[in-house]
Design a protein around this ligand. Structure first.
Ligand code: UDP
Length: 428
């Protein structure tokens, strides 16, 4: 057996449907964008040149942009220069792949010695690139259709069968599959019949320099939130899957019970419409009006990292009421700031939040249960204990660790790829 003892020198990183240069928190830009930007930057710091391929959504985008030293983003023309719904993207994969292959053929900087695809659409491109270039394919799914379809929110449409089929093909083809949690690894094994030798778990990280404890008073002053208010926050892409409606219903219930005075409550909702949420971009505002709480809810557009940290610091509690979550970076970021998190007891949130230690996990989405959890956290003493637990829990995660473990996965992929190639040679 030939063992690949060194990390790759140049990696092609595929992110067809969303660019790491985009502001996360709206549309298709979310945790995956953060993951790619953070790990690619650190790969480059470790001497691995990274080129990210993403679809060009505007003719104003330069063909190539620098994300960080050693990390290029290549804007691939594939289809019209405009954002496309994810369901339209499979028809553009051939055009996308053609440009990726041409780029490599004309690239003076040399060959890629590994391809890492993010999300199944990129996996389809990576599969062909791997075969053409004769290099290993590492794949990170980020979400899985079969898992998502098993936990749909009201108003969400199921992922199509074509995605399940495409995803299965990528699982079968990849030399290494990187899961965010052991649960996701289990899903790959049992829902997609993945080869256990190819599956590994690599925890996502958190930017501990950006998200750290700080002054709540200052954060509230910056956001114009009264120092004495009770503040619940939701941060993320606004769509049924993320359950922001759960927070609004729970806040209305907290007020109905008189657990918090109306004049003391502020609910911050940060992010922009995404996915099926784009079909009714004002649905949450309408729900707030329907619940009679428009006066306590403040909607903020997607915030960049430093401003987002102020939101986490200003909040008494950050809520993550998702119906399904592969991991939940928002939960980790809030905890790194010392803010306890109330999250649904589902998927990766069970790893991101430690029930009773760093926050609370709620089994389901009923307004009653969520109001109970929020009211429990009305106690400053409990918030202080959970907040301290949250900081130490979050500090166990870092993008440096994620990157080191990814490099390990790359090296294992090299071994697996060689083995398969050698077997093929012997067989011929
Ligand atoms: N985010 C942001 N600004 C916002 C809202 C979200 O930068 O206004 C970022 C947030 O910091 C987090 C990511 O978007 O890193 C969301 O990741 P998460 O895993 O919570 O959810 P996903 O978007 O992957 O479903």
């Amino acid at each position: 057996m030939t063992v690949w003892l060194r990390p790759p020198r140049r990696v092609a990183l595929l992110s067809v449907h969303t660019s790491p240069l985009e502001q996360p928190g709206t549309g298709d830009a979310g945790g995956m964008n953060v993951y790619i930007a953070q790990t690619a930057t650190r790969m480059a710091e470790r001497g691995i040149a990274v080129e990210v391929f993403t679809r060009a959504t505007s003719s104003d985008l330069p063909p190539v942009a620098e994300l960080a030293p050693g990390v290029l983003v290549r804007h691939v023309p594939a289809g019209p220069f405009e954002p496309l719904d994810r369901t339209e993207l499979p028809a553009q994969l051939c055009a996308f792949t053609a440009v990726v292959l041409q780029t490599e053929a004309n690239n003076e900087a040399g060959f890629y010695d590994l391809v890492h695809s993010h999300y199944w659409l990129s996996g389809q491109v990576g599969w062909l690139a791997r075969d053409r270039w004769g290099v290993p394919l590492v794949h990170t799914a980020h979400t899985l259709a079969r898992v998502k379809n098993a936990a749909l929110a009201d108003g969400d449409t199921p992922e199509p069968r074509s995605r399940e089929i495409g995803e299965q093909q990528v699982v079968d083809q990849a030399d290494q599959l990187v899961a965010n949690t052991d649960m996701e690894a289990n899903d790959l094994l049992h829902r997609y019949d993945a080869d256990p030798a190819k599956v590994c778990t690599v925890s996502p990280g958190v930017d501990l320099a950006r998200f750290q404890p700080g002054s709540r008073t200052d954060a509230r002053a910056r956001l114009g939130v009264p120092a004495s208010a009770t503040v619940f926050a939701f941060v993320g892409r606004i769509q049924p899957l993320k359950g922001p409606d759960v927070l609004l219903r729970a806040a209305a219930e907290v007020l109905r019970r008189g657990d918090v005075n109306r004049s003391d409550l502020v609910v911050l909702v940060v992010g922009g419409p995404s996915g099926t949420g784009l079909e009714q971009p004002r649905a949450l505002q309408e729900l707030a009006a329907h619940l009679g709480i428009s006066d306590v809810v403040r909607f903020l557009p997607p915030q960049a990292g430093p401003e987002l940290a102020q939101v986490y610091l200003a909040a008494d509690v950050v809520t993550v009421p998702s119906h399904n979550e592969s991991f939940g970076l928002v939960a980790l970021e809030a905890q790194a700031c010392g803010t306890p998190v109330v999250a649904t007891d589902v998927g990766g949130l069970r790893v991101a939040v430690r029930d009773g230690v760093t926050g609370l996990l709620v089994p389901g989405h009923s307004a009653d249960m969520w109001a109970d959890a929020l009211t429990r956290l009305n106690s400053p003493e409990l918030r202080a204990v959970l907040g301290a637990g949250a900081v130490s829990h979050a500090r166990a995660f870092s993008w440096d660790r994620t990157t080191d473990e990814l490099v390990g996965a790359y090296m294992r992929a090299g071994v697996a790829f060689r083995e398969v190639s050698e077997q093929a040679e012997v067989a011929s």
